[in-house]
Design a protein. Structure first.
Length: 416
């Protein structure tokens, strides 16, 4: 079956936070900007998934569910997508990715313990550390300003491991789009093992890798590093509203502790519709995914080509997975600062407390809502924005035409 990713989908009024006018205004200062921010896609789920959900809804009875075969189904998926042999006993089904990571962090550490988080970071990782009164150990990725590429700073990592008890890692990395080689993951795990640091690895974007993804857990096992891999079908199949995730835990003590904590808090049962959706995705979504990935790669190629040809002041940090990417906007930052100084009411931060200078510029001048780089780690990343290209190419083309015009306005108005 051929899937049509160019088909427009009207998500306004659909309870989507990404398309909610108030939420959009909170990050860019205006409510009518087109959203390219929250990390879900503007494609409908695979028809095969929708059919299963509709059948479930039509039953008309939504009582207490009982599901069997969930662990086995995930193991089959891991083998099919990543050629990874996972044992059913090591699988724990959870009520969402952040839910499981927060629980594991609480189980594996005590108050004031040091937790390493690579920067820039998916902001909820930082919130987890702070909410649990742990000590945040920021691990900034190295950034090559000429090549516009991030990489791991090994010297800094070794220093931090001497102060840490846990590393919250993300592979593929959000927001940089980095994929890590087996050699890099082995080095990461060896250093952690040498310092008795446990790794929680968020691999929620792994199924959307453009090449071969290497799960961290098998490598960790080989070098004697305690680690947990967390995965989910949410990003893969665009079903993020249905909270369902998988923790793969080889260590029996950690696995039992997680199950016990989930039972204590009465959060060990995933919902009727989330489980139906997830199981349908793993059973029937593979062909859809195989067609989605090249479409996303073509969107990247369009953005990269457009920037190189028409707005060379912006630099796409080309991702190796998923549907989100950073744009290095540092070259236009002085002009945006001048625009903000000349128009303080337009750039009023009280109108967009969840944004920053660049997200306000893109919203106000280009009607494009993006995540400001400061959301991923503070002022060190104020020269970046994160752009969600998991949408129809026609929307991306129109957005970048408006961005080109907005930058031309800056140059005409503030360049002397």
């Amino acid at each position: 079956m051929q899937y049509d990713f160019d088909k427009e989908v009207n998500r306004k009024g659909s309870l989507s936070v990404k398309w909610d006018a108030h939420a959009i205004k909170s990050i860019c200062g205006v409510s009518d900007a087109e959203p390219f921010w929250v990390a879900d896609m503007d494609f409908t789920a695979a028809p095969e998934i929708m059919d299963q959900v509709v059948q479930t809804a039509k039953s008309g009875v939504y009582g207490y569910p009982h599901f069997s075969g969930t662990n086995k189904l995930f193991c089959e998926w891991a083998k099919k997508r990543h050629n990874w042999e996972v044992e059913e006993k090591d699988v724990v089904i959870c009520m969402g990715m952040l839910n499981s990571i927060a629980l594991l962090t609480d189980i594996l550490t005590d108050e004031k313990d040091g937790i390493i988080v690579p920067m820039p970071a998916y902001q909820p990782f930082v919130r987890i550390v702070n909410n649990l009164d742990r000590t945040l150990l920021r691990w900034p990725l190295s950034y090559d300003k000429e090549a516009h590429k991030f990489s791991l700073d090994w010297e800094k990592y070794e220093q931090l491991c001497k102060q840490a008890k846990l590393l919250i890692f993300c592979s593929p990395h959000n927001p940089s789009g980095l994929e890590f080689s087996p050699g890099e993951l082995e080095r990461l795990c060896r250093i952690a093992a040498d310092n008795n640091v446990t790794i929680i690895c968020d691999e929620i974007h792994a199924d959307l890798s453009f090449g071969k993804h290497q799960p961290l857990l098998p490598i960790a096992q080989n070098v004697g590093c305690k680690a947990i891999t967390c995965m989910a079908p949410s990003k893969t199949f665009n079903i993020a509203g249905e909270h369902y995730s998988v923790a793969i835990i080889e260590d029996e003590g950690i696995r039992k502790a997680l199950k016990k904590r989930m039972s204590q808090l009465f959060i060990s049962e995933t919902s009727f519709f989330s489980t139906t959706t997830a199981m349908s995705a793993y059973r029937y979504g593979y062909d859809w995914l195989l067609q989605l990935i090249p479409y996303l790669q073509k969107n990247i190629a369009f953005i990269d080509g457009f920037c190189n040809e028409k707005i060379p002041q912006l630099h796409l940090i080309k991702p190796k997975a998923s549907f989100i990417a950073l744009l290095d906007c540092s070259e236009i930052l002085p002009l945006v600062e001048a625009d903000a100084k000349a128009n303080p009411d337009l750039y009023n931060s009280e109108l967009s407390p969840g944004g920053g200078l660049l997200s306000r510029f893109f919203g106000i001048r280009a009607k494009v809502a993006v995540n400001d780089g400061t959301w991923f780690g503070g002022e060190d990343y104020r020269g970046f924005v994160r752009f969600n290209y998991g949408t129809q190419r026609s929307s991306i083309e129109k957005a970048f035409n408006r961005i080109e015009q907005a930058i031309a306005f800056l140059q005409t108005t503030y360049t002397r």
